[in-house]
Design a protein around this ligand. Structure first.
Ligand code: F0G
Length: 482
């Protein structure tokens, strides 16, 4: 089942779980939020969690665990080498993906480091539907570069295409022809394409793209970090998947690839990561890198408790009642805001609701980081922490010029099973207020700009006193204590 039907009410998303353990929330008054964001140098990564009301920064490592996952954590097998917890996790991954070899790693980017170390040489190209920040950073660190070949519609804010994460097959063939097979390190397809709004890839596209890679002898890699959302869309939007179980769809996707890696901070609802490999020789060619960077081969930097939790989490990721929650809440949020006129990425995808900052604050030039400024405004007006997914999250070009992102997004992530519908309603309400006051929002500029992954640690300041003015308008409407 994917939707509870209502009798006298329009259908709304229903939580298919009940709350057993809670964390108290506090809403700091707006004046204090203004002080906190100044102290955080207008970088929401630097805010303390206790100062945030709705933490919608990410779904990474903050999804709610189930009672079964917690129960699993009570029976870990602590061992430096040969932990039974690892063997249980590997057996579950083998069952789900049908691949034999498993390298554990402490999180998704650690898998990306290992893959880049193994495959990327200076001058190489990695073909992708679209990049993810850490995946790209590891490739460029090794002297490689990324070619993004997502279909044109993937970069359009609004489109009818149900699978906006699909790679363009013509662009793929042309790119292979132009670069030459020997210069292509691998092809990486990302399920639930993060940076373009959590947009899914169709089973058919996985099949077609991997068939092309296979024909040319190019290694195919699936980033399955957001696979659970992708699976929901395969099942609900793709005719060929309608009568397949989630497990069957997963198997069919996995069958296309040579390698699958994932962040278990997302896939599996716990904290960790792993690389699954089909071929024995390929596995042995990467194996040494795990003890070097991560830890021994049977824990890879993860705690045994987390491995037990994620083993249960993988099974839960195969349940429609579990994986439908995120996309349904996101759709609700996107539909409500869209109806009000707020520019949103459509159709809603997985991971979170994505606001199109380039239209929301179209008066802020791209060099003043419109999405970054809007994220700061969200915190001031409601204690909501989103994440900038735009130019601020990009790295500069080798000549030092700005690399303008193809999309300027504010991501309001919906970690799985964490927020209730009334909390989502609050976010919708504050977004509407912010939209009505959008002209008051101004730009940002760097005061300290790190060379790599600058969005994590960079410091910024507003280009005028717009934050004070915005806070004053908010106070006038909602009062001092809100
Ligand atoms: N791949 C994808 C598609 C991701 O979304 C992430 C992380 C990673 C790889 C890296 O995994 O964080 O465990 O090292 N995404 C997080 C986010 C950070 O907030 O979207 P990690």
């Amino acid at each position: 089942m994917s939707q509870i039907k209502f009798y006298k009410h329009d259908d709304i998303p229903m939580e298919m779980h009940k709350v057993k353990i809670v964390q108290q929330l506090h809403l700091l008054p707006v004046d204090q939020r203004l002080e906190k964001i100044k102290k955080a140098t207008f970088n929401t990564f630097k805010l303390h969690n206790g100062d945030i009301f709705m933490d919608m920064l990410t779904d990474s490592g903050v999804n709610a665990m189930s009672d079964e996952m917690l129960a699993g954590m009570m029976k870990p097998d602590d061992a430096y080498a040969g932990s039974e917890s690892f063997y249980r996790m590997r057996a579950k991954l083998r069952e789900i993906f049908g691949m034999k070899y498993c390298l554990p790693a402490h999180q998704g980017r650690a898998c990306e480091n290992i893959l880049s170390e193994r495959f990327v040489k200076p001058g190489n190209v990695v073909i992708m539907n679209y990049h993810f920040t850490t995946a790209k950073a590891h490739i460029t660190r090794r002297g490689g570069r990324v070619e993004e070949l997502v279909k044109d519609e993937g970069l359009e804010a609004v489109s009818d295409l149900p699978f906006k994460g699909d790679i363009d097959l013509e662009k793929l063939e042309a790119c292979i022809e132009k670069e030459g097979v020997d210069n292509i390190a691998f092809m990486r397809l990302e399920a639930g394409t993060n940076l373009i709004g959590g947009q899914p890839v169709s089973l058919q596209n996985f099949k077609d793209a991997c068939a092309i890679a296979r024909k040319h002898g190019i290694v195919s890699v699936l980033d399955a970090s957001l696979l659970q959302d992708n699976l929901f869309f395969n099942k609900t939007r793709e005719e060929a998947c309608k009568d397949m179980s989630v497990r069957e769809i997963t198997h069919e996707i996995a069958d296309q690839f040579d390698i699958i890696y994932f962040s278990a901070r997302k896939f599996g609802f716990a904290r960790g990561g792993a690389i699954m490999i089909r071929d024995r020789k390929m596995f042995h060619s990467m194996e040494d890198l795990v003890p070097m960077f991560e830890g021994f081969l049977t824990y890879g930097g993860m705690s045994v408790r987390e491995m037990e939790a994620m083993t249960v989490g993988f099974d839960e990721s195969m349940e429609m009642d579990v994986i439908s929650q995120g996309p349904q809440f996101i759709k609700y949020c996107v539909d409500q805001l869209d109806a009000y006129g707020v520019p949103m990425i459509k159709p809603g995808g997985g991971l979170g609701a994505h606001v199109d900052a380039s239209r929301f604050v179209d008066h802020i030039p791209q060099e003043e980081y419109p999405a970054g400024a809007l994220v700061a405004a969200f915190y001031i007006c409601g204690g909501i922490r989103g994440m900038e997914r735009g130019t601020l999250s990009e790295e500069r070009n080798p000549d030092g010029s700005e690399h303008f992102a193809s999309m300027e997004l504010v991501r309001l992530a919906l970690p799985r099973r964490v927020f209730t519908l009334s909390q989502v309603e609050y976010v919708i309400d504050r977004t509407k207020w912010l939209y009505d006051h959008r002209d008051m929002i101004g730009g940002l500029r760097f005061t300290h700009e790190p060379a790599t992954l600058r969005f994590f640690t960079g410091k910024l300041e507003p280009t005028s006193d717009w934050p004070e003015k915005l806070a004053a308008a908010y106070k006038a409407d909602f009062g001092e204590d809100q």
